[in-house]
Design a protein around this ligand. Structure first.
Ligand code: SAH
Length: 347
């Protein structure tokens, strides 16, 4: 049986019908689940129905551990029903609350600077599991007086376009008017650059923002840290990004993590600017979060500002991403990893 959190409203209505329940129960259940409630907590449906729902697979995530940073950032370890662990983050901005969620357990992409991929991919997340990450954080944020989740970024562990069908199903679930109803314009999807899937995504005209993890100004440097760069050249990737911009009318965000001695020189910035010239895009510069298992360091702050200035001089819109929550755990899959390696006590 399809898990309850994976079901669209029409599917849930069909289930209600098959149980001899009125269709409006499906709306009540969707609304209850959207508040982050378990079926047994949904008070406005009959107890007999609650009991019946309790016997169905839910397909959700539960907050297993929460860490709150001095800057208000919250990091979560979620436990899935099969015992797998994924992580998510809530970041507070003046425009709202952004939740960063995982799309896979582990990752198959193998980027050398990333902790999520150290042991490969365990499995894809189901749509309802991704939805559940958002709903758990939303409930926690509302209960803590922070307010609702307003934005979502698919930038946690995993490669969203390597799990595209489930991710697209999730996007429709999280956008459903009867559910938590987060606008597509408030959602960003980040990819390491699966070119074919970028074209497929553009066809769907979802209205989400596409972020592309570039991290290099040319193929030679990109191949040093990102195995995906061997499958697709930067030229192919930038062409796909241009296509996405044209097809959707939305600018693309390029993520560029600055790694000491690899991609952080003024020349690298100038070369990058040349390749992005005339594109409707924005470059997000990110300091590398050091991963214990890797011999890579973050660029010096002065190098980062020279890089930023050089892009600006070439009229490339860019900003340096502010580091958040660094007092509570390393980012980018490191929280889960620490949990798996050392056990619960140390996280
Ligand atoms: N697989 C997707 C989304 C997950 S990673 C992607 O590659 O875009 C989200 C972002 O964090 C990516 O830009 C990724 O390259 C970056 N990232 C991963 N590990 C990092 C680290 N240790 N320091 C800084 N950024 C990192």
């Amino acid at each position: 049986m399809t898990a309850l959190l994976d079901m669209t409203l029409p599917q849930l209505k069909e289930l209600m019908q098959s149980w001899g329940e009125p269709a409006f129960r499906a709306v009540q259940i969707t609304q209850g689940l959207a508040r982050g409630e378990a079926p047994c907590e949904i008070k406005n449906i009959p107890q007999s129905l609650r009991r019946r729902l309790e016997e169905c697979p839910l397909g959700g995530a539960k907050i297993h551990k929460k860490l709150v940073s001095a800057d208000g950032t919250r990091k979560y370890l979620f436990m899935l029903e099969d015992g797998n662990i994924v992580e998510g983050v809530l970041m507070r901005y003046n425009y709202g609350n952004t939740v960063c969620i995982s799309t896979q357990v582990g990752c198959a992409m193998g980027c050398t600077f990333c902790a999520s991929t150290l042991e490969g991919k365990v499995r894809d997340l189901m749509p309802g599991e991704m939805l559940s990450e958002v709903l758990c954080v939303n409930r926690d944020a509302v209960q803590s007086g922070i307010g609702k989740v307003t934005n979502i970024v698919l930038m946690g562990s995993g490669e969203p376009l390597d799990n595209m069908d489930n991710v697209v199903a999730f996007l429709h679930l999280v956008n459903a008017p009867e559910g938590i109803n987060i606008g597509m314009r408030n959602i960003s999807l980040s990819t390491c650059g699966l070119v074919d899937k970028i074209y497929a995504l553009a066809e769907l005209h979802l209205g989400i923002t596409l972020s592309v993890s570039l991290h290099a100004p040319n193929d030679e440097i990109r191949r040093r840290t990102m195995p995906v760069a061997r499958a697709y050249s930067m030229q192919q990737l930038l062409e796909a990004a241009r296509h996405y911009i044209k097809a959707t009318g939305r600018r693309v965000i390029f993520e560029y993590t600055l790694i000491k001695g690899i991609n952080d020189s003024r020349e690298n910035a100038a070369e990058l600017a040349g390749r992005l010239r005339g594109m409707q895009c924005h470059v997000n510069l990110i300091a590398l979060n050091k991963v214990d298992e890797r011999q890579l360091d973050s660029a010096e702050p002065v190098k980062m500002s020279v890089f930023e200035k050089t892009l600006r001089q070439h009229n490339i819109s860019c900003s340096v991403r502010k580091e958040r929550g660094s007092d509570i755990a390393g980012a980018c899959g490191q929280l889960r990893r620490r949990y798996l390696k050392e056990g619960e006590e140390s996280t």
